[in-house]
Each structure stands twice: as structure tokens, then as C-alpha cells.
Design a protein around this ligand. Structure first.
Ligand code: PRX
Length: 654
């Protein structure tokens, strides 16, 4: 992508307009959306100030809207004060205190509902418990939990007292957990004995103990929820059961008024290096967009039951489980377990039984479920569903059409939402009652969001279907504020390429003749495995940490369910393993990567080779490796390779 535009590859001509019936009942109608766009175009700051005053309840009103004095470290509503938890819970008590906030279903079928009043009490009790255990505003608290209501309770309790949470996905390994604890300098871990997924128990406490066995000096307390009830170790003086921690606590806890810019949370995500970065989000700006997009994009109203299937370990589970829909006063569904447990009908059975009206999931889940056949969804009554959404990766037209016909019965708009951990909320998406959709396109930016496609010199790419860098021209309230402990990396990663003129998303994209955006993929070394973002460098560092691995190069290749899968080329100490030995070592290395990072990072393919192809300057020829992994023709000049015979090894032919 250095001197020539990326060629666009996907051209999809079908269009699906929302039905007149959907539009008639929608929050945003064409004229509303047009008015919002016009308002943002006429007075950008005024537009956001108006939304912040309408949507949020402030303890101290703001007078400054956007502070760009330290750009590209932008700040919003800087002299205002509020509390995020109060804005998600307390604000609803008068009008909808008895309304169900969370409908929870465990993998074994156990159910539990929490009303807004009950949730507020639980959050308050746990917030008091956190304080009693020594937590205060600004402390970092790591949450390593299964998908149970207590995960949201813990997040909201942190927000209530101003502690900064850092949720670590329960599928990450002890090593990954340890790195994140150390980087954040966390004071506490909140975990559970275990969680259930796919019929087995995830050993969360055991992994926590392993993480804390080395180098986590900042940790003072571990709070442990009893979920599975299986045997675990408790360390005296450090570990306390959740139930004991809350036992004596009052269910009233005054929310602390915090500055708008007070960090609400860190969330670690992969980048182009081996070290995940702690994306830091603010309080007011983040919540504003999480709430607004919940209303604009998911069209949530008081009779909706909203199910976003994402785990709270990812940004989607932050913005569209723990914060946005609660701020909007919606009823949400939380599910602990796997999508094919006990069979591939689980999601659809839950949609029927719980009366889900708005369903939001990842394309990879749809592709996985699609493979089991239509008879699973067809067994259930999905007539209450009125709106569908996807997130995390481009959706292939085949999966889109399946979603549209088999799940949505050709009745429901599909919102394909483009955004990132860094953006905090949805940026580009169809607005369901307004935008005609095209399978595979995230369509257009929301009001107040100025996305563009530019070439290498930073000029807008005007020609239809010509690719370029996806950028965002103006700061937005829910943008990341920095990378925890490494502001230089923040500037370098997101701003330097175009000399701080606009935010560089790291994706390539193109626009079609209607101005619709089509995301083409990442331009950095980030891969998207089952909708989960992973750095190829992270997997490489895990591989080379194995005592017998000398060098490793990791690339991705398309995978029909996961979207992308990981392909690793490995140089071993000693003779290159072949045959049965290579098979055994492949298994060993896969398990090793699982231990180092987490099961999602396990390479699908491992190829042993005597050395890696390098340029004269010693850089690994990744493009060549990618072409080979994908079985594509090699168009690159390979004459500079020291050892041409290596090509056959890389291809797996020798
Ligand atoms: O490449 C884009 C892809 O996922 C990346 C962001 O990953 P993450 O921070 O883990 O957040 C995922 C959930 C918001 C983006 O840079 N991506 C996300 N949504 C879409 C997408 N690609 C295409 N279409 C989408 N709707």
C-alpha cells in the first residue's frame, strides 16, 4: 500500500430498504437523520454539546465542549462532572425501577432477572465492598469473569466509585492476564471460581493464581465469585469470596461525581507489536456515544429485549452490554455459555423463550451456525425479532443473506456496524429505519462522525470503488484518550502517518458510487480470528518464547468460519522436523501458544522450515508468506532469496 491504491475487490449490487412499517415505528426517521447531519455539519461542537446535555445527567454542567489544546490528545466536556453508573442506573429508578434490566441465562439453563432497582442495589453493595477492601477512585481493578450479571455489577461498581476497570476476556491465559495486571498496575482482581462454556468449566481462579504467582506485586486483593462451586484454592489475607465481601454492606452507595475526562476503563487490544495496548476511555464522552448509538442504531425503546452476544471481555460487551443499553433504560439479555451448547439451536431457542426483539452478533457466529443448517432456527418462533446487527469484521454476502432470510424472515433491517475498541462506539452503520443496506457494506457514518478514505498523501479518494486508508477527520467524544502508560505509542499508532491531521483507523476501505463505505481489512499486522482481534506479532513472540523455536513468522489466511485463521512458519533448533515428529511438535506448539496467549490464538497451520525468506535488508518477506499460506500465485521477485529451495519447504512440498 505504499505507492499505489489498494484495489477494491468486493462489489455487491443488491439493496434492501427498510419496510415502511419499520420506518413508521423507528426512533429516527429520514427527516430526523437528515436534520442531525445538518446540525453536525453546521456546528460540530454545538451538535455534540446539545447531545451531551440531552442524554446525560450532570452533577456539574460543562462549559467547555472540545479541548484541542493538547491535540491529538483531545478532551471533551472538560469542566463537567458526572457519574457513569448513576447515568445507567439511578436515573431510571423513578420511571422504570421495576423494569427488568438484565435477563440472565446460564449455560445449564438457570435463569435470573434483575430489575433496575435490584441492579442498582447490587451495584451499590458491591461498590461499598470494593471501598471496604481498599479501592478508591483512580485505582485499576482487573475483572476476569464469566458472562454472568456480576461481571456487569463489578464494572458498574467500579464506575460508581471511580475505580478504573480493565476487563480481561475469560478466554485469555494466565500469562496474558499477568501482562495486563502488570501493565495497568492493578490493585485488585475480581474473578470467579470458574465459568461454563461448551459443557466444560473454565478455570478462572486457577488461572488467576497462576498469573499472580509471578511479578504482580501491585495486587492486594482478589474477590472471588462462587459460580461453579468446584474446588479452588483461596489464599488467606489476599482472597475473599464475593458473598463475604458484600455480606455486611449497605445497598446504598452515593455515586461519586467525577470529572468528564476521568478514565472509566482500560481495555487491552492487539496492535502491530507483541505487546497489547491498554486503550484508555473517558467517562462522559464514552457514555454519551454508547448511549446515543444504543438508541440510534438499535432503536431501543421500552418494550425491547436487546441481546448483544459479545462477551464483556471485548469492547462490544462494554458499550452494548454493560453501559449503552442500560444508559438507554433497555432490557438486556446476558448468556454465559457457548452458541452450540447443547446444540446449534441455543441462540434461537433463547430468542424465542426470552422474547428477544433486537439481536446483535458477529459474522463468525453466523457462519458457524449456518453450517448446521436451517432446521435449527426453523424450530423456533423468531417473530418477535425486529432488528438484527453484526459487528467485528466484514460480513460476507452469503452469511448476510442467511441472516436476512432465515433469521430475519426478510422482515428485519440488518445493521452492519463498523467501529473499534478505540472508537468506543459505533461509527459507521445503517440507521435501521432510514438507510437502504447492501450486504457487506457498513454504509455511512453516523451524524457527528467524519469518516473518509484517503490516499498515501492524505488526499480524499473521490473515485468510486478506489481504495485507501480509512481515517476520521474530526475528534469524537468516545474516542480513546491515550494508550495507558505510553502516549508516544498512541500518537505514533493513530496520528503520525498524516502528521496529526486525522485519526488513522488501521483499516483500508473504499466507497462506492453511492458513497457507501466498504471495509477491506487491516493494513497493519492485526488479524481478525472469529471476530477477535489478534496481533501476528503477539503470536510470533509466543512461538519464539518456546525453547526450541529459533524464529517464527505468522500470517493469516481466509477461513470459512473464523473469517481469518493463523498460519505460522517456524524455524526449529536442530534438524527440521518432518513426518510424525512434525505432527507431535505442531500439537505441542499449538498448546504452547494457547498457554501463552489463549486458545483463540492457536495457529491452525504450522509449517516447519529451515529458514524464513528475507529481503536483502533482513526483513521477513511477509507478503510472500501470506501468498503461500493462501495458496496464491507468487508475484514477488524471489531471486534475492539466499536459498531458493526454501520455497518448496514453505509450500509444504519438501
Ligand atoms: O478491522 C475492523 C474490524 O474490527 C476492527 C476493530 O476490532 P476491535 O477493536 O476488536 O473491535 C471489534 C468490535 C467493534 C476494525 O478495525 N471491524 C469491526 N467491525 C467491522 C469491521 N470490519 C468490517 N465491518 C465491520 N462492521
Amino acid at each position: 500500500m505504499t505507492d499505489k491504491n489498494i484495489e477494491s475487490i468486493l462489489i455487491e449490487k443488491r439493496r434492501f430498504a427498510p419496510s415502511a412499517e419499520f420506518t413508521a415505528g423507528a426512533r429516527l426517521k429520514p427527516a430526523d437523520l437528515e436534520a442531525l447531519h445538518a446540525e453536525a455539519a453546521a456546528d460540530y461542537e454545538g451538535f455534540w454539546a446539545a447531545r451531551a446535555r440531552e442524554e446525560l445527567s450532570w452533577d456539574k454542567p460543562f462549559t467547555t465542549v472540545l479541548d484541542d489544546s493538547k491535540a491529538p490528545n483531545y478532551a471533551w466536556f472538560t469542566d463537567g462532572e458526572l457519574n457513569v453508573s448513576a447515568n445507567c442506573l439511578d436515573v431510571h429508578l423513578a420511571e422504570r425501577g421495576d423494569k427488568t434490566a438484565i435477563i440472565f441465562e446460564g449455560e445449564e439453563g438457570d435463569r435470573r432477572n434483575l430489575s433496575y432497582r435490584e441492579l442498582t442495589s447490587e451495584v451499590s453493595r458491591f461498590a461499598n465492598a470494593l471501598q471496604a477492601q481498599g479501592a478508591a477512585a483512580g485505582d485499576r481493578i482487573v475483572i476476569y469473569m464469566p458472562m454472568v450479571p456480576e461481571a456487569v455489577i463489578a464494572m458498574q461498581a467500579c464506575a460508581r466509585i471511580g475505580a478504573i476497570h480493565s476487563v480481561v476476556f475469560g478466554g485469555f491465559s494466565a500469562n496474558a492476564l499477568r501482562d495486563r495486571i502488570i501493565d495497568a498496575g492493578a490493585k485488585m482482581v475480581i474473578t470467579a471460581d470458574g465459568g461454563r462454556r461448551g459443557g466444560s468449566v473454565i478455570e478462572l481462579k486457577q488461572a488467576t493464581d497462576a498469573a499472580l504467582a509471578e511479578g504482580c506485586a501491585s495486587i492486594e486483593k482478589v474477590i472471588v465469585l462462587k459460580r461453579t462451586g468446584h474446588e479452588i484454592n483461596m489464599t488467606a489475607g489476599r482472597d475473599i469470596w464475593w458473598d463475604d465481601a458484600v455480606a455486611e454492606q449497605s445497598d446504598v452507595c452515593e455515586p461519586v461525581a467525577l470529572n468528564a475526562e476521568h478514565p472509566l476503563f482500560l481495555l487491552y487490544t492487539s496492535g502491530s507489536t507483541g505487546k497489547p495496548k491498554g486503550i484508555q476511555h473517558s467517562s462522559a464522552g464514552y457514555l454519551l456515544q454508547a448511549k446515543l448509538t444504543s438508541k440510534w442504531v438499535f432503536d431501543l425503546n421500552d418494550s425491547d429485549v436487546f441481546w448483544c452476544t459479545a462477551d464483556v471481555g471485548w469492547i462490544t460487551g462494554h458499550s452494548y452490554v454493560a453501559y449503552g443499553p442500560l444508559a438507554a433504560g433497555a432490557t438486556i439479555v446476558m448468556y454465559e455459555g457457548g452458541p452450540v451448547y447443547p446444540d446449534a439451536g441455543r441462540f434461537w431457542k433463547m430468542c424465542e423463550e426470552l422474547g428477544v426483539t433486537v439481536f446483535y452478533t458477529a459474522p463468525t457466529a453466523l457462519r458457524a451456525l449456518m453450517k448446521f443448517g436451517d432446521e435449527f432456527p426453523n424450530q423456533y418462533d423468531l417473530s418477535k425479532i425486529r432488528l438484527l446487527g453484526t459487528v467485528g469484521e466484514p460480513i460476507n454476502p452469503e452469511a448476510w443473506m442467511w441472516y436476512h432470510t432465515v433469521i430475519g424472515k426478510e422482515r428485519c433491517p440488518i445493521v452492519d456496524t463498523w467501529w473499534q475498541t478505540e472508537t468506543g462506539g459505533i461509527m459507521m452503520t445503517p440507521v435501521p429505519g432510514v438507510t437502504a443496506t447492501k450486504p457487506g457494506s457498513c454504509t455511512l457514518a453516523l451524524p457527528g462522525i467524519m469518516t473518509d478514505v484517503v490516499d498515501d498523501s492524505g488526499n480524499s479518494v473521490e473515485a468510486a470503488d478506489a481504495g485507501g486508508y480509512l481515517v476520521i477527520r474530526k475528534p469524537w467524544p468516545s474516542m480513546l484518550r491515550t494508550i495507558w502508560g505510553d502516549n508516544d505509542r498512541y500518537i505514533e499508532t493513530y496520528w503520525e502517518k498524516f502528521r496529526n491531521r486525522f485519526y488513522v483507523a488501521g483499516d483500508s476501505a473504499h466507497r462506492d458510487a453511492d458513497g457507501y463505505f466498504w471495509i477491506m481489512g487491516r493494513i497493519d499486522d492485526v488479524v481478525n480470528v472469529s471476530g477477535h482481534r489478534l496481533g501476528t506479532m503477539e503470536v510470533e513472540s509466543a512461538l519464539v518464547a518456546h525453547q526450541r523455536v529459533v524464529e517464527a513468522a505468522v500470517v493469516s489466511r481466509p477461513h470459512d468460519v473464523k473469517g481469518e485463521s493463523i498460519f505460522a512458519y517456524v524455524v526449529f533448533r536442530g534438524d527440521r522436523p518432518t513426518g510424525a515428529e512434525a505432527e507431535a511438535l505442531t500439537k505441542e506448539l499449538r498448546d504452547w501458544v494457547g498457554e501463552q496467549v489463549g486458545a483463540i490464538a492457536k495457529p491452525d497451520d504450522i509449517r516447519f522450515t529451515d529458514n524464513l525468506p528475507k529481503t536483502r535488508s533482513g526483513k521477513i518477506m511477509r507478503r510472500l508468506l501470506r501468498a503461500i499460506a493462501r495458496g496464491e500465485e507468487i508475484t514477488q521477485d524471489t531471486s534475492t532469496l539466499e536459498n531458493e529451495a526454501i520455497l518448496d519447504q514453505l509450500r509444504g512440498l519438501a
